[in-house]
Design a protein around this ligand. Structure first.
Ligand SMILES: C[S@@+](CC[C@H](N)C(=O)[O-])C[C@H]1O[C@@H](n2cnc3c(N)ncnc32)[C@H](O)[C@@H]1O
Length: 241
């Protein structure tokens, strides 16, 4: 456990300035466009008529992309700022997405409702993450797919540090703790903590991905770190019957 509560974390995401939310592209930021979205889409396959929970959907970019591919989407998001933005986009664009404002750790999902649950860069932002993970799994159909991405817990140092040093430093790996980020904190946990939680929640791990940024893209964006050392990890697991 950490000294930060879920309410603290949600408050920090509520204070994120409007212009930052609006500046996020239709396909997300560089990391999402080049690393996370391709990995997630490759795991999902054809999503037409699939029911998908976008757990911790933020401003809803992934919900909108998946709805446009024919999926039936529910987005859950506790931060007022993100929730309101996502809802307003839905009122304008009418993609059929249902948004709920809730903390995943205390939200009771409709059981066995979803073919997939995706928590894209969310679990490391939730201090009390195990109930959130269990609720995600509760919402899955038997054999349904759980996909979650994280800041890679083994190599969390920011890309900007690579610019100065050319390597990633790792210290104090075993200790779970809150680490300050631009808005609020993320919670560092060892990789095994997440993997064991997925297994304890009743899932079988099927695939682990550490996407590598193409060299040309990395050079273009001065993001060489993501060509050399993974910044993100994606876990795909299925719910055991
Ligand atoms: C890094 S953002 C990712 C947002 C979105 N999934 C994306 O990829 O753009 C982390 C998200 O987790 C949400 N979050 C934090 N605590 C949460 C909780 N207890 N339950 C659900 N979502 C939470 C935040 O509000 C924020 O939208």
């Amino acid at each position: 456990m950490t000294e930060i509560t879920n309410a603290d974390a949600i408050k920090a995401w509520t204070e994120i300035p409007r212009h930052i939310i609006e500046a996020f592209g239709d396909e997300g930021d560089l990391v999402r466009q080049h690393l996370l979205n391709p990995a997630i889409f490759s795991l999902l396959g054809d999503v037409s008529n699939k029911t998908i929970l976008d757990a911790g959907c933020g401003q809803g970019y992934l919900s909108r992309l998946l709805a446009k591919k024919g999926a039936s989407i529910t987005g859950v998001e506790p931060s007022e700022a993100f929730y309101t933005y996502a809802l307003r986009r839905e009122q304008t664009e009418q993609l059929g997405i249902s948004y709920l404002q809730a903390d995943l750790s205390t939200w009771t999902p409709p059981p066995h409702a979803f073919d997939f649950v995706i928590a894209n860069m969310v679990l490391m932002d939730i201090p009390d993450y195990e109930p959130a993970l269990k609720n995600c799994v509760m919402g899955l159909k038997n054999h349904g797919g759980l996909i979650f991405s994280l800041l890679h817990p083994c190599f969390e140092e920011a890309g900007s540090a690579w610019q100065a040093k050319g390597y990633v430093e790792v210290r104090d790996y075993f200790r779970e703790r809150a680490i300050k980020q631009t808005y609020g904190h993320f919670i560092h946990r060892p990789l095994s903590t997440y993997l064991n939680s997925v297994i304890s929640a009743g899932c079988t791990i099927q695939k682990v991905m550490e996407p590598q940024l193409e060299k040309t893209v990395a050079e273009l964006h001065h993001a060489e770190r993501y060509w050399s050392v993974p910044g993100y990890i994606i876990i795909y697991a299925t719910k055991s019957a």
